[in-house]
Design a binder for this molecule. Structure first.
Ligand code: APR
Length: 175
């Protein structure tokens, strides 16, 4: 069985009242399009002001800020890899995004965290492969953790939901 703490949510991550939503950012942390743009729009100018003090973020790393006008208490900003065909360490970098975001959540004693499909938009990561990495990394992390209560994969549309449903059901049969 996949860990019962893992949930799927189809919709807009900026609407979730959780301890942290994860932002698929770029190395400047100063905002962009996609989910990055949606989070900054919903959070308001305070978010960019705090991000400007963080000195950017390397691919695979994660940094935490307050949530400002978002219903979420915090935003964990992580920078996914740009897909360049799969031979440039993309899988490990993507896994590191999930691992470092979860580690930050634990460090800040957060109980609930929601992830978008990191790198599967502008950065071009094949969504099914990305979902497999996301689920595997979160399941691995949760086997060693008891402080997290909810990890939500946010699917921005039906296709993404079907992909995550499939990956989670595969993980049942692979146990
Ligand atoms: N809620 C949840 N998911 C969303 C939302 C939203 N409001 N908006 C977009 N998404 C989904 C996209 O459908 C995609 O599956 O988030 C996933 C990540 O796509 P992007 O936002 O394009 O992020 P990414 O592929 O990691 O590219 C990052 O894009 O926005 C810029 O500044 C960002 O340069 C960085 C790059």
């Amino acid at each position: 069985m996949p860990d019962p703490r893992i949930e799927l949510f189809e919709g807009d991550i900026t609407t979730l009242a959780v301890d942290a939503i994860v932002n698929a950012a770029n190395p400047t942390l100063l905002g962009g399009g996609g989910v990055d743009g949606a989070i900054h729009r919903a959070a308001g100018p305070g978010l960019r002001a705090e991000c400007a003090t963080l000195g950017g973020c390397r691919t695979g790393e994660a940094k935490i800020t307050k949530g400002y006008n978002l219903p979420a208490r915090h935003v964990i900003h992580t920078v996914g890899p740009v897909w360049r065909g799969g031979g440039h360490g993309e899988a490990e970098a993507l896994a590191a995004c999930y691992r470092h975001s979860l580690a930050l959540a634990i460090e800040h004693r957060l109980a609930s965290i929601a992830f978008p499909g990191i790198s599967t938009g502008v950065y071009g990561y094949p969504p099914e492969e990305a979902a497999r990495i996301a689920v595997a990394e979160v399941e691995r992390f949760l086997t060693g953790d008891t402080s997290l209560e909810r990890v939500i994969f946010v699917c921005f549309g039906r296709q993404a939901t079907e992909i995550y449903r499939g990956v989670l059901s595969d993980s049942i049969h692979s146990r």
